[in-house]
Design a protein around this ligand. Structure first.
Ligand code: CMP
Length: 225
């Protein structure tokens, strides 16, 4: 059930079922379609979101118009909280990648919950720490890993969110265009394409439009190291 996934979001961890139900009740549901922008980098922000179903990409744009993706989030993940904990403009643009349902909560409402339920704050800190770990790792990969290594890692990371076991391996319906995949890896579309074609030739993956089947996750993991 969708709400089981929502309840795994950090702001619900540690709440009893009645409190979780009351929190969900106080949130607004938003149905959004691919390409919709939830908010832009630089705007003031006064609310945060939990993904109930679908996918959201968080991206930043350089002065010369190039885009970089910080993350692609799936069900149970939260975004839009940084401008609450560190008041200031939105640090990224949130765009819908596949049809999505979001739950929206005003920052002030979250503050009231944090006052009433201090364990929620602990879980939010844990989620922020996890994100910092992941960001540090991505930063190190940009410096130390080659593009095929980063592509292998991105596919494995996407598989933990969107992977589905099939007979041949894990099918990852990431819904990203080649351009978006390249923005996530931090390389050109051509180089990412070449890496994917090489993985396919080796029999590690099979490409299926905006999905990829991981046929040999062990080899990909070794390539990602
Ligand atoms: P906020 O700055 O309010 O709006 C953009 C959101 O993107 C931000 O809150 C975070 O929720 C999310 N975000 C920013 N940086 C990252 C990152 N490195 N990884 C995952 N999510 C991020």
């Amino acid at each position: 059930m969708e709400d089981d996934i929502v309840l795994s979001a950090p702001m619900f961890a540690g709440l009893d079922p009645a409190a979780s139900a009351a929190l969900i009740e106080s949130m607004k549901t938003l149905d959004v379609a691919r390409g919709d922008v939830i908010f832009h980098e630089g705007e003031p922000g006064d609310r945060l979101y939990v993904v109930r179903s679908g996918k959201i990409k968080l991206g930043r744009r350089s002065n010369d118009g190039r885009e970089n993706l910080l993350a692609v989030l799936g069900p149970g993940e939260m975004f839009g909280e940084l401008s609450l904990f560190d008041p200031g403009p939105r640090t990224a643009t949130a765009t819908v990648v596949a049809d999505t349902t979001l739950l929206e909560l005003g920052h002030q409402d979250l503050v009231a919950w944090l006052d009433a339920q201090p364990t929620v704050a602990q879980h939010l800190l844990q989620a922020l720490a996890r994100r910092l770990r992941r960001t540090n790792e991505a930063l190190a990969d940009l410096v130390f890993s080659d593009v095929p290594g980063r592509v292998a890692k991105a596919l494995l990371d996407l598989s933990t969110r969107f992977g589905e076991e099939v007979d041949e391996g894990i099918r990852v319906a990431h819904d990203l265009t080649q351009e978006e995949l390249a923005q996530l890896v931090g390389a050109s579309r051509e180089t990412v394409n070449k890496a994917l074609a090489d993985f396919a030739a080796r029999g590690w993956v099979r490409r299926e439009g905006r999905a990829v089947v991981l046929l040999d996750a062990d080899r990909l993991e070794r390539r990602a190291r």
